[in-house]
Design a protein around this ligand. Sequence first.
Ligand code: NZQ
Ligand code: ZN
Length: 391
Amino acid sequence: MITNNFIFQNTTKIYFGNEQLVYLPQEVKKYGNRVLLTYGGGSIKRTGLYDKILKVLIEAGLTVFEFGGIEPNPRHTTVNQGVKICIEKDIDVLLAVGGGSTIDCTKIIAAARYYKGDSWDLIIHKAEIKKAMPLLTVLTLAATGSEMDNAAVISNVETKQKIGLLHPLLQPTASFLDPENTYTVNSFQTAAGSADIMAHIFDVCYFNRYPKMDMLDKVMEAVLKTVVKYAPIAVKIPDDYEARSNLMWASSWALNGFLQGGPRQMTTCHAMEHELSAFYDITHGLGLAIIIPRWMEYILDNQTAKDIKKFGVNVFGLSADTTDMNGAKSAIQRLKKFFYEELGLQSRLSDLGIDCRNFSIMAEKACRGDKIMGYRDLTPKDVEKIFEMCL
Ligand code: NZQ
Ligand code: ZN
């Protein structure tokens, strides 16, 4: 019998709101005085957040070093550069300021600091994570949940691999979530991040094969409804505090383990999307928004129709007064309308200049030599067909 035994523990302390940075120095000082501030391509300098954080840290007497230039879909070579600084400067604690890419890269810097070889070895489980530096985050984009989870996703451009790693030592010790720090996220990244939040719920837990946890299903529907309500507002009105704060908290709770309520299944759409960003370096949430409705269409049958219809009824308020199959079809259409019309995301891989030439190898890689074992098992042939439906 399949049961839903699980262990839930989340140790990240959250400081939520716009006046919380005053607590940053005391969190840093728990681990030492030498802090490495890591960030991405420079948005934090343009928004003024960099100056604000530096001021708070320096006034508290901390010694601050920095490592900028972490790219979206962060690379293991960038991790290696960060590790070098940690060793040279004898860093005590890491402070990642940015979105999922900056946070993920910094998580692996934290672990690779104590490993003598290439950080990629940790990602592919050639070596085990034994120890990691303490990590704090200041989140600037609501999307991945990295601020409150123990996952990191790293790319290797030479081998065209993008791989996610989960480890308890990658959990941030504290994260600062100020919705105002996301006012400057453009409409595209806001939309893509919102699609990612929804994808975490679909992929990790809402559509699963384990015994139903009705209480969790209802919370998931509430989080999905939150995104449906507030993402279009944030896309249109970037400095709407209510919209930004709801999206930010939804981001953290979609993937912090609470909603899972059962054994971790393979995250089907994420497995497919990671191949797209590994091969074409596209934005993660956009890839998901293109894949998810096609995946739903592909797996639609008499059994899955019930769950997909339920999603349409409870999240989008569609009529329940129809067959499961018709209800599911309407739910998928409604989701497409949401992603492509209301959030303005591109709807097809061909819009991104992607054609079918790599689909077969991407499908093999997504299945890791076997199948994707999720809500519905998918073979490489299945995955290839779903990619084709996305063209
Ligand atoms: O690099 P900067 O200059 O900061 O600009 C970034 C970047 O260009 C910009 N941005 C971020 N905050 C901003 C801002 N621009 C203006 N104002 C702000 N406040 O947005 C762009 C995208 O940033 P990125 O960090 O790449 O986005 P996201 O948070 O969506 O992270 C995506 C990465 O996380 C991985 C994805 O695969 C991808 O590599 N994921 C991590 C997960 C996890 N750790 O649990 C789970 C997810 O499923 C996902 O796979
Ligand atoms: Zn994701």
